[in-house]
Ligand binder design. Structure first.
Ligand code: FNR
Length: 359
């Protein structure tokens, strides 16, 4: 009932936060260091102004689009985030069902609390799989094959995390994954328990033991040879890396990991224009970071993204009400996109272009 009364994403955030314990809340909410990039992701959207056109027949606005050939009812998907089990017992399956039900797409993190096959079933074909490249390449290759066999439609390789950024609340309070939660795509808990690092955060110890910080452009050919799935590089923030991504046959996901990696890195929306220029239509571009309004979605599309993705807002919805909570988040945002299009004089996504924004 509280969910139905919530009229926007910030209200669902408040509901979700109230249901989380300190360990989970700090893990979901935190940015790196001083949180400058985390805040800039939102603030830089507010700085961009819209240029609405008038006297357009907007009696039948269409929000439909597609990503890599998959039809979406509106241009919003779920970004990969670890440990949905901290938010709700139904975990990643609830998020996937909500995304599938609304004609969206779910990107499943390598660090899910649910085996990827079970999430794939819940996602009913609307699934991308996010990959961290492991030191043990055979384990990564096995995950790629499993993802392809389970019906994932793309691999999202996260390239902004050779090391985990310093989320200081998690260090101070020694973030830990509650013992009842598993990480079935990422090796057994037992194998990881003995890892020795300097960090107080269990996530950091776990991650650093598994993920290969030597990952570089030369590894992409190997990754692409493992499956027929398209590869998307997540974490691109410059024109230079966007150009390299395209040269390596990849699509581009503009992101700074929700401000959780390199603090004071450029906000996602501020990085987008130079990336769209560099890519020049040769690959698809997506964006995440700070999306909480329909107008944010339109600004990202106007500046060259094909779709945007939600990180924390999906987690707040999941915490607030499981599948229903995520469905409420997506529904509110879909309706905001449609209204913002109508008030801007746009009938469909093809009409959303650079003339819509004043930077
Ligand atoms: C993330 N993110 C992330 N990204 C990734 O590639 N693999 C992962 O496992 C995770 N895990 C993760 C956990 C949590 C709690 C958060 C908040 C984020 C980053 C995520 O995909 C996305 O880039 C940001 O969350 C987008 O920013 P917003 O929407 O949270 O502002």
């Amino acid at each position: 009932q509280a969910l139905e009364r919530a009229v926007n994403l910030p209200e669902i955030e408040a509901l979700g936060c109230a249901r989380l314990d300190q360990n989970a809340l700090e893990y979901y909410a935190s940015g790196a260091n001083d949180g400058h990039t985390h805040r800039a992701n939102r603030e830089d959207f507010a700085r961009i102004h819209l240029r609405p056109r008038l006297l357009v027949d907007v009696s039948d606005v269409q929000t439909k689009t597609s990503v890599l050939g998959l039809d979406l009812d509106f241009p919003v998907g779920i970004a990969p985030s670890a440990f949905h089990g901290l938010a709700h017992p139904d975990a990643e399956q609830a998020t996937a069902r909500a995304a599938a039900g609304l004609g969206s797409v779910m990107t499943l993190s390598t660090f899910s609390n649910t085996p990827l096959e079970d999430v794939a079933q819940a996602a009913a074909g609307r699934l991308w799989f996010q990959l961290y490249l492991y030191r043990d390449r055979e384990v990564s290759a096995g995950l790629v094959r499993r993802a392809e066999a389970a019906g994932a439609r793309a691999l999202v390789l996260t390239v902004d995390t050779p090391f985990v950024g310093r989320r200081e609340a998690n260090e101070r309070n020694r973030f830990n994954l509650p013992p009842h939660l598993q990480v079935p795509n990422a090796g057994s808990r037992e194998a990881l328990a003995g890892l020795e690092t300097q960090s107080g955060s269990q996530l950091v110890r776990h991650f650093q033991g598994l993920v290969d910080p030597s990952l570089n452009w030369r590894d992409l050919e190997w990754l692409r040879s493992l499956s027929r799935l398209p590869v998307i590089l997540k974490g691109v923030l410059t024109a230079e890396d966007a150009e390299l991504a395209v040269q390596h046959g990849c699509h581009v996901w503009v992101s700074n990991h929700g401000g959780r990696q390199l603090d004071t890195a450029v906000s996602s929306i501020a990085a987008l224009p130079e990336i769209a220029d560099a890519v020049a239509g040769r690959a698809e571009i997506y964006l995440d970071g700070g999306i909480s309004r329909g107008t944010d979605v339109l600004k990202a599309l106007a500046l060259g993204a094909r779709a945007v993705f939600l990180g924390r807002p999906a987690l707040w919805g999941l915490a607030a009400g499981g599948e229903d909570g995520v469905r409420r988040v997506l529904t509110l945002l879909r309706d905001e996109v449609r209204l913002a299009m109508a008030l801007s004089g746009k009938q469909n996504m093809q009409q959303v272009g650079a003339d819509l924004v004043k930077l």
